[in-house]
Design a protein around this ligand. Structure first.
Ligand code: FES
Length: 174
């Protein structure tokens, strides 16, 4: 009987799964394209779910008035970042535009949620991520990719203190 040393050395699991190492690590163009299709399909599905969720369950309006700071804490041209406890930790930006004129906007850009900031030199709110610009008075989009204005809050000054509440156009102090 002839002795076959190669057959003797090959373990059983290799006989059951006869895949060569270089074949196992090779990814064909077709497999890669399939992977990309699945990945982009998954991302599209995720975006669709987020869009449906935001239409089906719109965020609840802010209730009541909330104290933010004293008027002396934020000089003209300066800003203060704040969140309101229990409001899903949405970051807001309080802006002291001019004497007696205050604004408060969500700090998340309506494009891809980067943090916006107020640029006092040009009196605009800007998003550093993709050069989006918003009107510092109204929050409307002036330039760049943001699709919607910045959501804003109404600002009230009482006894040298700054309060915010859900946005009502008539309540905004100008
Ligand atoms: S995230 Fe603000 S412009 Fe893109």
């Amino acid at each position: 009987m002839a002795y076959n040393s190669k057959e003797k050395e090959t373990p059983n699991w290799k006989k059951d799964f006869p895949v060569k190492k270089d074949e196992a690590t090779h990814v064909s163009r077709r497999e890669f394209a399939k992977f990309l299709c699945l990945l982009s399909g998954g991302m599209a599905l995720g975006n669709g779910i987020i869009a449906i969720k935001s239409f089906a369950f719109p965020s609840k309006e802010l209730e009541g008035e909330h104290f933010i700071c004293n008027t002396s804490d934020v000089a003209i041209g300066q800003t203060k970042e704040f969140i309101i406890e229990g409001e899903k930790n949405i970051p807001y930006l309080l802006i002291h535009l001019s004497e007696g004129k205050w604004r408060a906007f969500e700090q998340k850009c309506t494009h891809l949620s980067c943090a916006v900031r107020y640029n006092a030199e040009i009196n605009k709110i800007e998003c550093p991520c993709h050069k989006g610009f918003f009107d510092a008075d109204t929050g409307t989009v002036l330039a760049g990719p943001p699709p919607r204005p910045l959501p804003q809050l109404s600002v009230h000054i009482k006894n040298e203190k700054v309060y915010v509440s859900a946005y009502k156009e008539s309540k905004t102090i100008s």
